[in-house]
Structures are given as C-alpha cells and as structure tokens.
Design a protein around this ligand. Structure first.
Ligand code: UDX
Length: 480
C-alpha cells in the first residue's frame, strides 16, 4: 500500500449566488453544467427565503434529483419573512448579507461539508465580497462569478479612475458629456451610459462603495467566471484580463446548458428557475398571433416604474398599433396600491391587442415565432436571451450595468435602440414602430452573425466549451 498518496477526495464545489433572480438563474445553469461533469459534488447555497419561493414555483427539486451529487443548502439573508426584498430596500438586503449571512457562511465552511465530503472550492457572486475573506480564512480556494455584463464590469473597475479624473461624481446634469477614463471606451461612453450609481454627489453611497470593494476583491480570487463568449466581448475581455488574468467566459450559459443536455440525450429543462409563478397562458395567446407581430415588454426582476411612466409606456404601446405581451411583475409600480382605477382601464384596453401577465416563461416567449421585438430593461440575462433568439430590442435601462449594456446593444453590437432617460409616449411609439419594421430587419442581421458565433463557442472545441472544461479541471485540482 502506498502511504505517500493521500486518499482521493472528489471535488466538492459550493456555489453561492447573490440572492436575486438574475444571479440565481445563471448560477443554476452553471451548477447543472458542473453536475454533468459527473465527478464533482455540487452544493447550491440559497437563502431560506428564495429557496422557499423556488420550491413553490418550480420543479427544480425534481429536476436536480437526476444528479445524485447535487444538493441545495440554505442560509439566512438576515431579513424577516415579510420583508419585500425590493430594489428600493436593497440596502436592507446588503446589510443582512453582511451582518447575518457572512458569519453563518463562515460557520458553514468551518464545519466542513456537513454530512458530505469537505468543500474543496467555492464559486461566489462577485458582489459577495465577504465570501473571499471567509474562504481565505478557512483555507478554501474561491473563484468569483460576475453575473453582470463584462462591459458593465469593466466600467465598475474604472470607477476609481473616474473619481481621480474628476469625471464622477456628477448629478443629473449634462448627461451627454463624453467620458474619457474608461480605457477602450474613451469618448464612446457618455455620462448617461455609466452605471447608475455614478449619478450621485455622495461617493459614500453604499452601492458605489460595494462596486469599489468588489473591484478590489475580484482580482484577488483564483479566477473569474463570466456569462459571455469571446467573440462577443473580445476587447472588453482583454481589458479585464489585465486585472484578472484567469478568466472563464463560459456563456451564453442558457444555450450552453441546453446544448450540453442535448448531446447527452438528457431531456430539455423540465422547469424554470423563477422566483415568481410563471403564467404560461401567454403561450397560447402567442400561438394565435401572426409571425413577428408581437413586442414583448418586461423590465426584469428588480426594476420599477412610476405611475407616470406606466401610463407613457401604455400610450406609446397602444398608439404604435403593435400587439404586445406585457409582464407587469407584482410590486414593480411605485405606489402600486393606489394604481386601482388606471390598472383596470389599462387591462380593459389591452385586451384588444395585448396580453398582460405577472411573470412570463421568458426564454420560451423569446423563442416564439410571434415575437418580433423586446422592450427591455437591459438586464444581462435578458440581453443574452434576446440575442440568442434573434429578437431586436428597445432598451430602457433602470440601474447598475444596464446603462452600459444598452449603449453596447445600440452602438457596438447594433442589435437594438437605446432610449435611456426617455419615457415619453411619442418616442416610445416611434421606437416600437421602427423596431418592428425596417430597423428590426437590420438588427436581426447583426444578431444572426453574433448568435452564430455564440453557437460556435458552445460547439465542440469552441471557446466557451474549452473555458468550461478548464474550469472543471481547475475545480478538480482544488485541494483544501
Ligand atoms: C439583475 C440586474 O439588474 C442586471 O442589471 C444584471 O445584469 C443581472 O441581474 P434582472 O432584473 O434580474 O437583473 O434582469 P436579468 O439579468 O435580465 O434577469 C432576469 C431573468 O428573469 C431573465 O433570465 C429572464 O428570463 C427571467 N424572467 C424575467 C422571466 O423568466 N420571466 C419574466 O417575466 C421576466
């Protein structure tokens, strides 16, 4: 017997998303891809609150029961059950994560793998800056995953430069002034295209402080996973590599997973990853609509709009004459309780040419032949999902990276129109008409080219496949 060789302990990776819909969704896809590797134990760490919601609205438990090496684990987010966890109370969530989740996470890692093999590596959302300190203290390697866009992330990394150059902070004035301190985007970005937290006079704002902390922590980790592919974000990835040399661009993850499941003859995903109940009735409504005649309207999982903005969007949509499928997420309208009368009027009027749901099966919707455009908040998942289905976008970004994303959608990738900072019925009407007619055809050509490159990246030997295989090998080699 060879006493020199320690017994082989299979790798056990713990995946820790930021407890929000976007990050949970793409980290679940990564988790499933890692399960498909066969020999990696995967623990997915949800907050108690989000896990209850996932169990209520999805069949995730049974989907993942196909992988004996997978399990969910839960942790407190420090908030009471009835806390709304809405974007206007994001500060409470961050506070809960740092004061309650952080020490619990440390205890969890210290206690090894619980009833499983010890955790040999952690994959955490880049915004969870405490995770690296904890992992280092416990002696477990950590790889960060930034689920926002690479172009947005690069602007985060340049925030200190922007401050040094006096380009931020600024208030809402002269938003068209060009920005010079983001290498590779000099003069191309305007003030209005910077992440929303730059529009402040207070550099102690918790979100800008978090972004700066994130940019100090991420380069100290073992590597950085990104939901993109080399051919989409090449120049930005070069800049990011100057700070984080070990990048794993493995996206677009939703298509990457579908393709991998297909090659292993595993049936397509049986359930969604939604924190809200999907209303599938809109699929039958879409079946009855002509090809490319419908614009899909959704502002994602966090963004909100005021009553005035809701009314402008509604008039713009109705006046455009275009059919629409509109997601009105619960609590997405400021002062929703007082919406009453107007909600009813809108619902009545939309019956003729529209369909209203509170949460849609978005990936299925975007793949439906009746969809011809997407009025979106430019969240990174939504952008990639739209790109892969060849659905051109009208972008109305709300916050964080979305302002950078919409600039790239319109001016770099040329797959949509950016209407940020505008919410006026006449503009919305015109942009929708343009999108659903000549401009949409033009954008679809760029999308065809990009989605073809994306498919090559997730085909055998493609860049995202190679990066995923490298990530798997690196996880296998992690020793505590
Ligand atoms: C957050 C940030 O706001 C965003 O800027 C960042 O890029 C990612 O995380 P979020 O509002 O969650 O964005 O948007 P997005 O990234 O687009 O993710 C939303 C997800 O919810 C998408 O995967 C989409 O398919 C899904 N969705 C949305 C549904 O399944 N149904 C819906 O009705 C709406």
């Amino acid at each position: 017997m060879d006493h020199q060789t320690p017994p082989y302990s299979p790798p056990h990776v713990l995946i820790f998303p930021l407890p929000l819909q976007g990050p949970i969704k793409c980290m679940l896809k990564l988790a499933e891809l890692l399960c498909l590797a066969g020999d990696i134990d995967v623990t997915f760490l949800n907050t108690h609150h989000n896990h209850r919601r996932l169990l209520r609205y999805t069949a995730l438990d049974s989907r993942f029961s196909a992988y004996p090496q997978f399990r969910f684990q839960t942790i407190s987010d420090g908030l009471s059950d009835d806390h709304p966890r809405s974007v206007d109370r994001l500060g409470d969530l961050l506070n809960g994560l740092w004061t309650v989740t952080n020490p619990n996470f440390k205890e969890m890692l210290n206690s090894g793998g619980g009833d499983r093999r010890p955790v040999t590596g952690v994959i955490a959302d880049g915004a969870l800056t405490f995770a690296l300190d904890v992992a280092e203290e416990v002696g477990i390697p950590l790889i960060y995953f930034e689920t926002i866009s690479p172009c947005g992330l690069w602007t985060y990394f340049c925030v200190h430069k922007l401050i040094e150059a006096g380009e931020i902070p600024f208030q809402g004035d002269d938003l068209d002034a060009p920005i010079q301190s983001v290498p590779g985007m000099e003069g191309f970005l305007r003030r209005r295209d910077l992440p929303s937290f730059c529009r402040t006079t207070d550099l102690n704002d918790p979100v800008i402080q978090l972004a700066m902390r994130e940019c100090r922590q991420v380069p100290r980790s073992r590597g950085l996973i990104l939901n993109t592919f080399e051919d989409l974000d090449g120049p930005v990835l070069s800049h990011l590599r100057s700070l984080c040399p070990n990048l794993y661009p493995v996206g677009p993850l939703h298509t990457h997973l579908k393709t991998r499941l297909g090659t292993q003859s595993i049936p397509p995903l049986a359930s969604s990853d939604s924190l809200w109940q999907e209303d599938k009735s809109c699929m039958a409504w879409l079946d009855a609509q002509p090809s490319r005649s419908v614009i899909y309207v959704s502002i994602g999982s966090l963004a909100m709009m005021s009553m005035e903005q809701l009314v402008e969007f509604w008039h713009g949509l109705v006046n455009s004459g275009v059919r629409f499928l509109w997601v009105r997420r619960p609590n997405s309208i400021v002062g929703e309780d007082s919406v009453g009368q107007i909600q009813e009027e809108l619902s009545e009027a939309t019956k003729e040419r529209g369909c209203l749901v509170s949460w849609a099966p978005q990936e299925e919707v975007l793949a439906h032949p009746a969809i011809g455009g997407f009025l979106t908040h430019s969240g990174w998942n939504s952008t990639l999902e739209s790109l892969m289905e060849g659905v051109p976008m009208v972008c109305w970004p709300y916050f964080v990276d979305q302002h950078v994303n919409s600039r790239f959608v319109s001016e770099v990738w040329k797959i949509g129109i950016d209407i940020k900072d505008t919410c006026e019925r006449g503009v919305i009407e015109k942009m929708i008409k343009d999108l659903m007619n000549a401009k949409g055809d033009e954008f679809r050509q760029s999308m065809d080219r990009l989605s073809k490159l994306a498919r090559e990246s997730i085909d055998v030997g493609g860049s995202s496949v190679c990066n995923l295989n490298r990530l798997i090998e690196d996880i296998r080699s992690m020793k505590v």
